[in-house]
Design a protein around this ligand. Structure first.
Ligand SMILES: N[C@@H](CCC(=O)N[C@@H](CS)C(=O)NCC(=O)O)C(=O)O
Length: 219
């Protein structure tokens, strides 16, 4: 099978998919769409992804979008190692944890939101950065409360990493990129440390991608 990933070095959603592919040891080719320069709107890519966002996964010519749908698809085409638990309640909990970042925290800070804050509301660079830091911190705080109620053992759902850990790790990546103080989130930090000890997570980190080395803009 051949897999291509339309992504971007700094994209948090693409990071999630890179980790899932790496955990499953599925080889793939990543095609960078520079979303900071507006390449997501180019006609060629708009034809690939109607939402004008990355990631898009192409598997044997078939396109799949939305990082959570992509991760679930990968689990369905290659079960081992599982990144979603088998038990229905555990599966639901894994998805719930994933969605804290995927649906609640991360969408508030993507380029199109930052752009709209500036264009429609006159927010300057400092105000936009403060907005991003606020919502990233809120996401971390929610994860901290959840991981306090049910401590990771050693991963969020148990012995092996799942979509939940991938999304918590993504939220930590955002905290790093925004240079946030994470001392108030010890459970999250400990889980992140465990995740990034694994090559699948470490090698997928935005700052480890080729595009990061040539990029001028980090925020
Ligand atoms: N919910 C989507 C997120 C898609 C998304 O917003 N991706 C960002 C990068 S992480 C993007 O391409 N943004 C382009 C823009 O905002 O213009 C997913 O999880 O795949």
């Amino acid at each position: 099978m051949t897999i291509q990933l339309y992504g971007f070095w700094r994209s948090n959603a693409a990071f999630r998919v890179r980790v899932a592919l790496a955990l499953k040891k599925l080889p793939f080719e990543e095609i960078d769409i520079d979303i900071l320069s507006g390449r997501q709107f180019d006609p060629d890519y708009a034809a690939v992804n109607a939402g004008h966002v990355v990631p898009t996964l192409v598997h044997d010519g078939h396109r799949i979008f939305q990082s959570l749908a992509i991760m679930e698809y990968l689990d369905e085409i290659q079960a081992e190692p599982r990144i979603l638990p088998v038990d229905a309640k555990e599966r639901a909990y894994a998805r719930s944890l994933a969605l804290v970042s995927v649906a609640d925290a991360h969408p508030l800070i993507v380029p199109r939101v930052r752009k709209q804050l500036g264009e429609a509301f006159g927010a300057d660079t400092a105000a936009i950065e403060a907005w991003c830091k606020h919502w990233t911190t809120e996401g971390l705080a929610t994860y901290e409360r959840l991981l306090t109620r049910r401590p990771a053992a050693p991963f969020a759902l148990g012995a092996t990493p799942t979509i939940a850990d991938i999304c918590v790790a993504g939220q930590i990546v955002l905290a790093e990129l925004y240079q946030l103080d994470v001392t108030a989130f010890p459970q999250v930090t400990a889980l992140g440390k465990r995740c990034f000890e694994l090559p699948a997570f470490a090698d997928s980190h935005p700052l480890r991608q080729p595009g990061a080395k040539t990029a001028k803009v980090h925020h």
